[in-house]
Design a protein around this ligand. Structure first.
Ligand SMILES: NC(=O)c1ccc[n+]([C@@H]2O[C@H](COP(=O)([O-])OP(=O)(O)OC[C@H]3O[C@@H](n4cnc5c(N)ncnc54)[C@H](OP(=O)(O)O)[C@@H]3O)[C@@H](O)[C@H]2O)c1
Length: 299
């Protein structure tokens, strides 16, 4: 097989690191990562990964230089909600200028140009830029990470109450680890056509389903109080999420109410050969966090 250079952006992030670990495990010979913090990827450099400095807020020419030589490249979306179409648009144009052979992108389930959710719109505009970017592409639409359940479940278990405006909206929660495995498999593949994958868990669960699982595991019942968007936002703010998160989280919930996150596919199995982990199994592994409430955004 011909050797290729596989590039992953954002090498100090949790998802990107997981992807790079898979590439190393697979014995891929030329792995490059870009990051704003090369010092945080020093351990990867010591294991043979080429680490290049890059911030998507730099100009297109600088970005293109950092992407040179990549046969296949995975653009890991940033967390700068609202600014991502500009950041990612530059990266797409820079990738084309650098001669990248295939561009992959970590999107989200059901992207659309909606005023309801800046997260969802950001991914739509990025995908549109990629479709018109002139390179073959693969879109990896991640459903909501199961890790996010730990941001609110411990407090809800403590208070015996959870206020949301999600109604019966269901999501195919998927672990970050399964996303990383699927993304790595797609990056390391050799297909050259255009593809879209919905990366999700094995079943779509409503918040009531999640609370039933949590009750089974901990013995604690939590009442789901169905409230308005305004009150749900106030609850997110009161929960101490970092600035900007509550608004983004609420918009994403509103979008989920339209049924847009209840998408179950065989993508993880198709890409990795393994079944995705169910939310119940993930929460069972994280029982100590559920019980002790030591969840953080970094989980
Ligand atoms: N589906 C979901 O439920 C869900 C949940 C959370 C996040 N996400 C998305 O998935 C992405 C990865 O998640 P994660 O858990 O790995 O997040 P994370 O650990 O917070 O990492 C953030 C990532 O964004 C990159 N980044 C931020 N600003 C950047 C910039 N100016 N230029 C280049 N890269 C930049 C970081 O790269 P460096 O720091 O190495 O430069 C890092 O890879 C997030 O950024 C977000 O878009 C999805």
């Amino acid at each position: 097989m011909t050797a290729r250079t596989l590039l992953v952006t954002g090498g100090s992030g949790r998802l990107a690191r997981g992807i790079i670990e898979h590439l190393l495990d697979r014995g891929e010979d030329r792995i490059v990562t870009t990051t704003r913090s090369p010092e945080q990827a020093a351990d990867l450099a010591a294991r043979g990964v080429e680490v290049r400095a890059l911030d998507f807020d730099e100009d297109e020419t600088t970005i293109a230089r950092a992407l040179e030589g990549a046969d296949r490249m995975l653009l890991v979306s940033t967390h700068a909600v609202g600014r991502r179409p500009e950041q990612h648009g530059k990266v797409v144009r820079a990738a084309a200028a650098a001669g990248v052979g295939h561009l992959l992108y970590t999107s989200a389930t059901s992207p659309a140009p909606t005023p309801l959710s800046p997260i969802v719109s950001d991914h739509f505009w990025t995908e549109l830029a990629i479709f018109g970017g002139g390179m073959p592409w693969t879109i990896l639409r991640h459903n909501m990470y199961a890790e996010h359940l730990l941001l609110f479940l411990p407090a809800a278990l403590e208070a015996c109450e959870l206020r949301t405006s999600l109604g019966d909206a269901a999501r195919a929660y998927v672990t970050r680890a399964d996303c990383a495995a699927a993304d790595a498999a797609a990056l390391a593949s050799r297909w050259t056509d255009h593809r879209i994958y919905d990366i999700g868990g094995p079943e779509a669960l409503s918040i009531d389903d999640v609370l039933s699982i949590a009750e089974e595991l901990t013995g604690r019942a939590v009442a789901h109080v169905r409230t308005t968007d305004e009150k749900a936002l106030a609850a997110y703010i009161a929960s101490g999420l970092p600035a900007g998160f509550p608004e983004s989280a609420l918009g994403f919930d509103v979008w989920a109410r339209g049924g847009h996150h209840a998408i179950v596919t065989s993508a993880v199995r198709d890409l990795t050969g393994q079944e995705p982990e169910a939310a119940r199994s993930y929460l069972t592994r994280k029982l100590d966090v559920l019980r002790t409430g030591r969840a953080t955004v970094a989980e």
